[in-house]
Structures are given as C-alpha cells and as structure tokens.
Design a protein around this ligand. Sequence first.
Ligand SMILES: Nc1ncnc2c1ncn2[C@@H]1O[C@H](COP(=O)(O)OP(=O)(O)OP(=O)(O)O)[C@@H](O)[C@H]1O
Ligand SMILES: [Mg+2]
Length: 499
Amino acid sequence: MEPVLRMQGISKSFPGVRALQNVDFELLPGEVHALVGENGAGKSTLMKILSGVYTPDEGDIQLKGTSVVNAGPKAMLDAGVSVIYQELNLVPHLSVAENVMLGREPRRAGGLIDWKAMRAEVKKLIAQFNLKLDPRTPVYRISPAYQQVVEIIKAISLRSDILVMDEPTASLTGNEVERLFEIIRQLRSQGVSIIYISHRLEELWEVADRVTVLRDGERITTKPLAELTVPDIVRNMVGRELTEQYPVTEIETRDEVLRVEGLTKAGVCSDVSFAVRGGEIVGFSGLVGAGRTEIMQIIFGYLKRDSGKIFIHGKEVDIRSTRDAVRNGIALIPEERKRQGLILGLSVFDNAALAVLDRNSTFGVINFKKLSDLIHRIVETIGVKTPSPRQLVKFLSGGNQQKVVLSKWFVRDCDIYIFDEPTRGIDVGAKVEIYRLMQSLAQRGAAVIMVSSELLEVLNMSDRIQVVYDGRIVKEFRRDEATEEGVMKYALGVAGSVA
Ligand SMILES: Nc1ncnc2c1ncn2[C@@H]1O[C@H](COP(=O)(O)OP(=O)(O)OP(=O)(O)O)[C@@H](O)[C@H]1O
Ligand SMILES: [Mg+2]
C-alpha cells in the first residue's frame, strides 16, 4: 500500500539540543500509528514539523507522493493534516462552540453567523462523547480534561485525512478513553490515518496498528504492535530493562494529619468527608467533571466552600485563601501546569527557586549555595531533561515542564501534599521516580493525596482509594479490596447508593 505520508531523514536542532536526527516515519491509509518515547525524545517536535509549525534542518516530507516540506501551517491544514497539540490551543474567552468552529462558522444568507446551526453541530459532536457540556460555556470555565475533549472534537470536525493526537488521553479516565477509542476506530474505518502519541503504553494495543519508538531524537524501531509487549516497548524507549513500574515500600502509618468533614459547595460537591494519616497515600478516582479537582481546591483555599470543616492534626483550621493553606502546611500541585504551576518565561532554576525562597533565606538574605544545591539535586532526581537549569521552561518538552512543576514542591517541607494528576504526560521511567518521591514524603510523615485519572496508578500506589461521583465520595476501598472493575463501577455511578 502506498503511504499517505512519508517523512524522510528529518533532523532538527534547537540551541543546545539535538531534538531529531535523521528520522524516517511512514503512515499508511487507515492506519493508527503510535509514536512513543521518553519525555524530550522528539515526538512533539516531529509532529510540529509535520504540521508546518517548525521547518526541519534537513529531510523531506511527502503527502501522497508530493513533497510539501516548508509549506507552512496553513498549507498543511489545507492538505488535510490536523493536529491536536499536547498544549491546549483554545481561545479561553470564546465558547466551546466558537472554539470548535473557529474560522469556519456556519453562516446564513447575508453572511451573519448562524449561531443556532453552529450550536447544533457542536452539540452533535459533544454527544459522541456523552458529556455534560454546554456548547455556550466559555472555555476558560471548563476543566483541562473537558478542554482536551473540545480540542479533539475540533480536530475531528475538520475531517482531515491525517489526524495527529499528541497525548489525547492524558487527562481522561476509563469510559471517556473508551469513547475516544471508539471514535478513533470509526475514523480509521473511514480511511483516516492517525498518529497517536501516548505515555499510557497499555492502551496502544486497543487502538494502534503499528508503533514507532523514538529515543533521544532517533528512531529506534517501527513494528506492528502485535509483535511487541509493554516491556519490549519500554526497553526500546529507555534503552535498558526497567524492573518495576510501581515501587513497593512498607510505610508505617502515623496519627491523623488531615480530616475533612461535610465539605459542601453548591454545584460542585456535597458532604465530602475523609481523613488522611501521616505516612499514607490516599488516591482519588473518578471521571472527568466528578469534582475531584474542585474538592482539593476547596481544601487548598482556592475555592470557597458553603459549609464543612477542615482539621489538621486534630485541630480545626480556618482556611479562606491559598495563603492560609500554605501557612497550615498544605501543598497543592495542580494539574494545569501552564496556568497554575509554572512561569513559562522563567528558567527551570528560577521556577524551582520561587517555591523555596522563603525557607532558605535568613533575614531576607538568600542562601544561594544551599538553594542551588537543593534544586540541582531535585532536578537530577526526577530527571528533568534540559541543556541547563538556566533554560527557559517554555522550551522544555511537555513532560519535562510537568517535572519542573513537581520539583518545585518537593523542595518544600509540608505536612500535606495534594497531587492533582502528578504523572500526567510523564514517561514510564520518570513516573517511577515520582512515585518514589511521593513515598519518601509519606515516609517522613506527610499525608499524601493523589488525584489521578490513571486507574492502574491509583490502584498500585494508594493505601486507600476514595471514589468520587457527581461531587460525592461514593465509596472507599482499601488497597487489598480494590480492583479496576470495582473502582470503575462506582466512578460511573452504577453501583451502591447513588441515585
Ligand atoms: N522551541 C524549542 N526551543 C528549544 N528546545 C526545544 C524547543 N522545542 C523542543 N525543544 C527540545 O527538543 C527536545 C524534544 O522535545 P519534544 O517536545 O519533541 O519532546 P517529546 O518527545 O514531545 O516529549 P514529551 O513526552 O515530554 O512531550 C527536548 O529536549 C526539548 O527541550
Ligand atoms: Mg510532547
């Protein structure tokens, strides 16, 4: 079969970084081709070259046999290539419908935008995902996971021949992922070719036909998935055997550190109660929109609550702002790194430094040596791939930006750590390091909360699991009684006392 896309000998360098080196990549008609590799391996760069955002230093790109290298983004879109980028590209103040139809709004005779037709069209697309989402909602008001779905809907509605998905499932759970897979299979049967990037390796077998592995900017292999296993892919990605995916330790649980009673906020959550002891890791599972993030934001003083009490070390505390929360020893590591966790225009070092400055200065004088050692150690432990700590964060790959967000908080000494999607976009090897860091926080007596869409991670890393459905905790599992099916049943609201 003649490939629809052929990329040959692609090389690309940035100052201090060789992002791609002589990479070949082919895509067949109606093929789902997975692209994997560690953080910084060059996946997004290769796709930005395909979409015309970057020009390669060397190499050729052919669409159905015609060379299109250096054609630019507009020409590539017109040629039928559309990309769902890892970093979301929506216009925050426009509605969901406007974002999806941007630049090609349906018009009535006379040229006015036909809002009704536009909303109806987008509503139909949303219905495919079975989501509670009003097309009129401005995008800045919806969660990152919903924003991701909007990006997907937008790309699908362009009806391209080649569709690139750069980590589309990073913030989706169970049945949303299933739905996306159904849509991918449907597109494939219509002859659309899809390039699928993901760090959730297990899911590749459900959708992809072949896989290409990149390591340090080079193509290591391209093979049918049927001939490979997860350990095979991991070995190709990291260049060595990775022994454990979920590290196991025995951590002694101590006294209760955090207790939440009857937390309620209209339209967000109701009557949420739970406790976390020192040394414990408690996982929160649930679907997009279940309210997990919002519950954590209330505890962190970022959202106001209508009622409910928070106790720390058995004493009620009055948290009305994030400052109050920080003063009470709470750290929240947010899911939305671009808006809440990072200053993209500052360096890796400065971002980490911001989180620790007040702890490492005496009378306003910064102990620079101490701070510098600390940050270097953390950056090294998590393995942030950067030419130097002085590199601006905006030039790092998606997963490496996430690592910087995390490193910021590991350097602080807190009693309660709330991680919202800590390993989103992080490669397999680095995930293990992050789990180890979480365990080391628990080991030193902290209470750790992990909100995660990745069920396997919640099941393997939590001592207890709270399942949230429609703003309520509907079930608590102990680690030894939790199964994938069990947790999903409650997350979907089909089990227990849920009305
Ligand atoms: N505009 C840029 N300026 C400088 N360096 C860049 C730029 N874009 C990418 N890089 C570097 O190129 C390398 C490849 O990055 P890329 O974003 O392609 O990785 P990736 O495989 O998509 O990783 P991830 O899984 O973390 O998303 C990284 O070292 C990154 O820091
Ligand atoms: Mg990327």
